[in-house]
Design a protein around this ligand. Structure first.
Ligand code: HEM
Length: 245
């Protein structure tokens, strides 16, 4: 067997030292072990990957959104032009835009599938009610991302869809009359509306989603995941048999 050159060995050691250096000062390895190496219930299956899939879709939105944000201009005169520029001139611009646009639909589909999984597996029950409530907030914020993102390309479809959405919101009881002022920044869709939607879309809501995903995952790790109902039913009948026998 070929001997390791001293250079390679010392490079490897340097890596170990760097990890040790960080660990000694942060104790991060304990936290990582707590997160990564935890028991999972019998019967865990592919349906349990839907939460992670939703998170991957969100990460895709963040990365492609950052790239789009480097070229996008939130003004009524420049928004459509800047989208045209992204699609036609920027290297892989149309691809990144497509990933963002289609990714938003993928995220909405995945979040509903994940919610259905947790509902049908009874994962909303004690002690996970709080995680369900955090999930509902995540769902509302994800849908708000779709609404605020729809206006940004500022083509005919974006403009009229947003006008219709605002008219519907304007008819809501109590808060209805205030919605155009709060959301549009006045009675009409103007540059003020675009920059307002843009900031809500790329800072406010994503920030809240990141914080809530952090809380959501903390509770998942702390409480563990729920076993599928059929595994729990088997366990109950096995326990009963043991009790009777
Ligand atoms: C951005 C959106 C979301 C992300 C990234 C996310 C992520 C996750 C992940 C990774 C898990 C653990 C693995 C799994 O069970 O799939 C999980 C569990 C859970 N999620 Fe979500 N989730 C989101 C939205 C929601 C929504 C909308 C609900 C319900 C309204 C929800 C309720 C739950 C519950 C109750 C659990 C615990 C499952 C169990 O104990 O078996 N989540 N979530």
């Amino acid at each position: 067997m070929a001997k390791k050159t001293p250079k390679l060995a010392s490079a490897k050691e340097a890596g170990v030292h760097a990890v040790d250096f960080v660990d000694e000062r942060t104790s991060i390895s304990g936290t990582l072990r707590w997160v990564m190496f935890r028991p999972i219930p019998k019967g865990t299956n592919w349906f349990y990957t839907l939460g992670t899939a939703t998170m991957v879709a969100f990460i895709n939105q963040v990365i492609t959104g950052i790239v789009l944000g480097m070229y996008y201009e939130p003004s009524t005169t420049r928004a459509y032009e800047s989208m045209k520029y992204i699609n036609n001139e920027v290297f892989l611009g149309e691809f990144v835009h497509g990933m963002h646009r289609w990714g938003s639909s993928v995220m909405v589909i995945l979040i509903f599938l994940h919610m259905a999984r947790t509902f049908f597996f009874g994962a909303y029950k004690y002690p996970r009610e709080l995680n369900w409530v955090i999930g509902v907030a995540l769902l509302v914020l994800t849908l708000l991302m779709s609404v605020t993102g729809y206006l940004l390309p500022f083509d005919q479809r974006a403009y009229w869809a947003s006008v219709v959405a605002m008219n519907i919101a304007g008819n809501a009881p109590l808060i209805g009359p205030f919605t155009p002022d709060i959301a549009l920044g006045g009675p009409d869709v103007t540059t003020l509306t675009l920059s307002r939607f843009y900031i809500i879309h790329m800072m406010l809501i994503p920030g809240a989603i990141i914080a809530l995903i952090g809380a959501h995952l903390y509770l998942v790790v702390k409480l563990g995941t729920t076993a599928p109902p059929w595994v729990r039913a088997d366990k109950v009948s096995a326990d009963l048999k043991e009790h009777e026998g």
